[in-house]
Design a protein. Sequence first.
Length: 168
Amino acid sequence: MQSTPLTGVRDGDLTIRPVGYDHPDAHRLIGLVQKEYVVRYGGPDESPVEVAEFLPPEGSFYVGYADGEAVATGAWRRSGVDRLGTTRTAEIKRMYVVPAAQRRGHARRMLAAVEDGVRAAGFEAVVLETGVRQPEAIALYLSSGYEAIPGFGHYAGEPLSRCFGKRL
Protein backbone atom coordinates (compact mmCIF):
# COMPACT_ATOMS: atom_id res chain seq x y z
CA MET A 1 0.00 0.00 0.00
CA GLN A 2 1.27 3.43 -0.90
CA SER A 3 0.64 6.40 1.34
CA THR A 4 0.13 9.92 0.09
CA PRO A 5 0.54 12.03 3.21
CA LEU A 6 -0.97 15.46 3.54
CA THR A 7 1.45 18.31 3.10
CA GLY A 8 -0.60 21.00 4.80
CA VAL A 9 -4.29 21.07 3.94
CA ARG A 10 -6.28 24.16 4.86
CA ASP A 11 -9.94 23.57 5.63
CA GLY A 12 -11.74 26.65 6.86
CA ASP A 13 -9.68 28.15 9.66
CA LEU A 14 -7.83 24.88 10.36
CA THR A 15 -4.60 23.88 8.64
CA ILE A 16 -3.82 20.19 9.04
CA ARG A 17 -0.21 19.05 8.76
CA PRO A 18 1.41 15.63 9.01
CA VAL A 19 3.96 15.51 11.83
CA GLY A 20 5.81 12.82 13.72
CA TYR A 21 4.15 11.29 16.76
CA ASP A 22 7.06 12.73 18.76
CA HIS A 23 6.75 16.26 17.28
CA PRO A 24 6.60 18.88 20.10
CA ASP A 25 3.07 20.02 19.15
CA ALA A 26 1.86 16.41 18.96
CA HIS A 27 3.53 15.60 22.27
CA ARG A 28 1.88 18.57 24.01
CA LEU A 29 -1.59 17.75 22.67
CA ILE A 30 -1.22 14.03 23.50
CA GLY A 31 -0.39 15.11 27.06
CA LEU A 32 -3.56 17.22 27.18
CA VAL A 33 -5.79 14.41 25.94
CA GLN A 34 -4.22 12.04 28.47
CA LYS A 35 -5.12 14.53 31.22
CA GLU A 36 -8.67 14.56 29.88
CA TYR A 37 -8.78 10.75 30.14
CA VAL A 38 -7.66 11.01 33.77
CA VAL A 39 -10.56 13.39 34.48
CA ARG A 40 -13.13 11.22 32.67
CA TYR A 41 -11.87 7.72 33.50
CA GLY A 42 -9.51 8.08 36.46
CA GLY A 43 -6.37 7.23 34.47
CA PRO A 44 -4.61 7.73 31.14
CA ASP A 45 -5.19 5.65 28.02
CA GLU A 46 -2.95 2.62 28.44
CA SER A 47 -3.36 1.06 25.00
CA PRO A 48 0.02 0.12 23.55
CA VAL A 49 1.35 2.75 21.14
CA GLU A 50 4.68 2.74 19.30
CA VAL A 51 5.96 5.92 17.64
CA ALA A 52 6.92 3.95 14.50
CA GLU A 53 3.31 2.81 14.00
CA PHE A 54 2.45 6.35 12.91
CA LEU A 55 5.08 6.62 10.18
CA PRO A 56 4.05 6.36 6.52
CA PRO A 57 3.16 4.08 4.89
CA GLU A 58 1.88 2.20 7.95
CA GLY A 59 0.28 5.24 9.58
CA SER A 60 0.30 9.01 9.98
CA PHE A 61 -0.10 11.59 12.72
CA TYR A 62 -1.64 15.00 12.07
CA VAL A 63 -1.81 18.28 13.96
CA GLY A 64 -4.39 20.93 13.18
CA TYR A 65 -3.39 24.58 13.52
CA ALA A 66 -5.75 27.54 13.94
CA ASP A 67 -4.22 31.02 13.95
CA GLY A 68 -0.79 29.40 14.12
CA GLU A 69 -1.57 27.46 17.30
CA ALA A 70 -1.73 23.67 17.55
CA VAL A 71 -5.33 22.91 18.55
CA ALA A 72 -6.19 19.44 17.23
CA THR A 73 -4.75 16.00 16.60
CA GLY A 74 -5.73 12.87 14.75
CA ALA A 75 -3.81 9.81 13.67
CA TRP A 76 -4.09 6.39 12.11
CA ARG A 77 -2.07 3.19 12.12
CA ARG A 78 -2.38 -0.14 10.37
CA SER A 79 -4.76 -2.34 12.32
CA GLY A 80 -5.40 -5.53 10.41
CA VAL A 81 -8.37 -6.48 12.59
CA ASP A 82 -11.11 -8.35 10.75
CA ARG A 83 -14.08 -6.00 10.81
CA LEU A 84 -16.62 -4.83 8.23
CA GLY A 85 -15.71 -7.66 5.88
CA THR A 86 -11.99 -6.90 5.54
CA THR A 87 -8.65 -7.15 7.29
CA ARG A 88 -7.38 -4.15 5.31
CA THR A 89 -8.22 -1.89 8.22
CA ALA A 90 -6.56 1.09 9.83
CA GLU A 91 -7.20 2.24 13.39
CA ILE A 92 -7.89 5.89 14.19
CA LYS A 93 -6.13 7.16 17.31
CA ARG A 94 -5.59 10.37 19.28
CA MET A 95 -8.53 12.39 18.01
CA TYR A 96 -8.54 15.52 20.17
CA VAL A 97 -9.40 19.23 20.05
CA VAL A 98 -8.33 21.59 22.85
CA PRO A 99 -11.32 22.96 24.81
CA ALA A 100 -10.79 26.56 23.64
CA ALA A 101 -11.11 25.44 19.99
CA GLN A 102 -14.05 23.06 20.34
CA ARG A 103 -17.46 23.55 18.70
CA ARG A 104 -15.89 24.96 15.52
CA GLY A 105 -15.94 21.83 13.35
CA HIS A 106 -12.24 21.06 13.87
CA ALA A 107 -12.85 17.46 14.98
CA ARG A 108 -14.97 16.76 11.90
CA ARG A 109 -12.32 18.30 9.63
CA MET A 110 -9.57 16.30 11.33
CA LEU A 111 -11.57 13.09 11.05
CA ALA A 112 -12.07 13.69 7.32
CA ALA A 113 -8.33 14.35 6.85
CA VAL A 114 -7.43 11.17 8.74
CA GLU A 115 -9.88 9.18 6.63
CA ASP A 116 -8.39 10.72 3.46
CA GLY A 117 -4.93 9.57 4.57
CA VAL A 118 -6.19 6.07 5.28
CA ARG A 119 -7.98 5.92 1.93
CA ALA A 120 -4.89 7.18 0.08
CA ALA A 121 -2.83 4.43 1.73
CA GLY A 122 -5.14 1.83 0.22
CA PHE A 123 -7.04 0.60 3.26
CA GLU A 124 -10.67 -0.48 2.91
CA ALA A 125 -12.03 0.42 6.34
CA VAL A 126 -11.25 2.30 9.53
CA VAL A 127 -11.89 1.19 13.09
CA LEU A 128 -11.59 3.06 16.35
CA GLU A 129 -12.18 2.81 20.06
CA THR A 130 -13.63 5.49 22.30
CA GLY A 131 -15.30 5.46 25.70
CA VAL A 132 -18.78 5.82 27.09
CA ARG A 133 -17.71 8.97 28.95
CA GLN A 134 -16.99 10.71 25.66
CA PRO A 135 -20.50 11.24 24.28
CA GLU A 136 -19.34 14.04 21.99
CA ALA A 137 -16.89 11.64 20.30
CA ILE A 138 -19.56 8.97 19.91
CA ALA A 139 -21.92 11.56 18.39
CA LEU A 140 -19.21 12.68 15.94
CA TYR A 141 -18.51 9.14 14.77
CA LEU A 142 -22.17 8.17 14.41
CA SER A 143 -22.95 11.37 12.48
CA SER A 144 -19.94 10.66 10.22
CA GLY A 145 -21.22 7.26 9.10
CA TYR A 146 -19.56 4.98 11.64
CA GLU A 147 -21.34 1.95 13.03
CA ALA A 148 -20.86 0.07 16.28
CA ILE A 149 -18.57 -2.96 15.89
CA PRO A 150 -17.37 -5.65 18.30
CA GLY A 151 -14.46 -4.64 20.52
CA PHE A 152 -10.92 -5.40 19.37
CA GLY A 153 -7.38 -5.30 20.64
CA HIS A 154 -6.49 -3.84 24.01
CA TYR A 155 -10.07 -2.80 24.81
CA ALA A 156 -11.95 -5.95 23.75
CA GLY A 157 -14.45 -6.69 26.50
CA GLU A 158 -13.80 -3.48 28.44
CA PRO A 159 -17.12 -2.20 29.86
CA LEU A 160 -16.35 1.51 29.36
CA SER A 161 -15.12 1.01 25.79
CA ARG A 162 -17.11 1.40 22.57
CA CYS A 163 -15.75 0.50 19.15
CA PHE A 164 -16.85 1.83 15.78
CA GLY A 165 -15.94 1.24 12.16
CA LYS A 166 -16.58 2.53 8.67
CA ARG A 167 -15.99 1.19 5.18
CA LEU A 168 -14.16 3.68 2.99
